[in-house]
Design a protein around this ligand. Sequence first.
Ligand code: ES4
Ligand code: ZN
Length: 376
Amino acid sequence: MPSVLRFLLPVLLMSVVAATCAAAASSAAPPASMEAFIFGLPKAELHVHLEGTMEPELFLTIAARNKIKTPYATAADVRQRLLDAKDLPSFIVIYEELIGALRTEQDFHDVALGYFRKARSQGVVYVEMFFDPQLHLERGVKLKTLYAGLERARRDAREQLGLEAHYILCFLRDRPAESAAKVLEQSRPWLAQIIGVGLDNPEVENFPAKFQAVFARAKELGLHRTSHCDVGQPNTVEHHWGVIELLDVERIDHGLNVLDDPELIEIVQDKRIGLTAAPTLFYRDIPGRMEYRAGAIRKMLDIELLVSVNSDDPGMKRSLYVGDLMLRVQQTTNMSRDQVVQLAKNSFLIAWITPEERSRYLASIDAYVNGASTTD
Ligand code: ES4
Ligand code: ZN
């Protein structure tokens, strides 16, 4: 293809997709239900793990083409295994096991793009996606392979779906800080592909102090900063303080236990720290899980914390994407339409975008809301 066309074609395609989306968003046809309203609402996803978006079917496809033997004959068998996940540590064991299938650029591309497609079908137009490079380096995958797959998925999402994506490099809290520092330096050739850094995997004691130096280095490199503080972990209040005071985070992933400490609430309000809640469900039924998480999200909205709804690991949990989850949160807490809209607005208010992009996304929400109404 001539190089002018190679450049122009994606731009043209993008404009067509964007114009189609804008037309749909400002359409006067009112969605018939809260579900349709929520699915059509423009939303950002800010807390989703590349690896955890891999659905059992895709895992089996990838394992087969890489000639990797697995103990699972069918997707139902994989889901049966996922029933063993009942808390963060037990989930991460299975997560690391299934990730073992990922080897090639195509694998990383297919997992990311598969997620972008699902997310776009539920109204997500902007994504900041976590990935765990240490988990792949440990298995002998080259960073070059990983970054190439991610970049191609991002380009395809923009051109084919009109969805804008960025990536957040996550360090593993249960591995040494030196390993985190090393992977950050090794990633420097691809720094332009990374919007920020995060911390995930099991929550070890005093993790904020452990990663203070590497977060300072990430800041020096111009990267944004966020960290998981998973729900109901030991020393959770101290960990929330630690990520704010030692790591200078702009967001906290999950962060629901901010509600446990009035002074934490105050500092999170003052610093406008974003809270990326994830009311996801494991395959195993855990009574009260949704009620607790949705209730906390609603309380946070009531006190004007900048909370958003996110899918975390949809492929390895119950295949619930952001539209599904917002609807469950709305139904569980009997949330008003205005509160649902506030959740969507918050997702852009705490996204790492320019003021112009923020204004544009917020305006697209207003245009959608003014053109749509619901019957329930
Ligand atoms: C994760 Cl829910 C959660 N917490 C911490 N680390 C993770 N990696 C993938 N999902
Ligand atoms: Zn997470």
